[in-house]
Design a protein around this ligand. Structure first.
Ligand SMILES: [Zn+2]
Length: 90
């Protein structure tokens, strides 16, 4: 089992207002068996927003080839794109 939070913390978790990543969790709540809702606050600009983290089944994880800045491809462990689309539309 992987959690989407592991992915999002490394790659996506920045303040939507100022883009910095000095973020604290104000509140965590299990929405259901597979999702956790969190309220987060940016310590730099005090912006508060909510995130939902879901458990991603093992079969939805895989390696994808991603281009690096030097032009080479690297394999990166991530959630498969179909799953990401479902998360975004959820
Ligand atoms: Zn901020």
């Amino acid at each position: 089992m992987g959690t989407f939070s592991r992915h999002s913390t490394r790659f996506l978790m920045k303040c939507p207002n100022c883009g910095k990543s000095w973020i604290i969790v104000l509140e965590s709540r299990h929405t259901n068996e597979v999702a956790v809702s969190r309220r987060r606050q940016c310590k730099l600009c005090d912006h508060v927003w909510g995130t939902a983290e879901v458990i991603v089944p093992d079969e939805e994880w895989g390696y994808a080839e991603k281009p690096r800045s030097n032009g080479h491809l690297k394999s990166e462990f991530c959630v498969k794109s179909g799953m990401l689309e479902r998360l975004v539309s959820a």
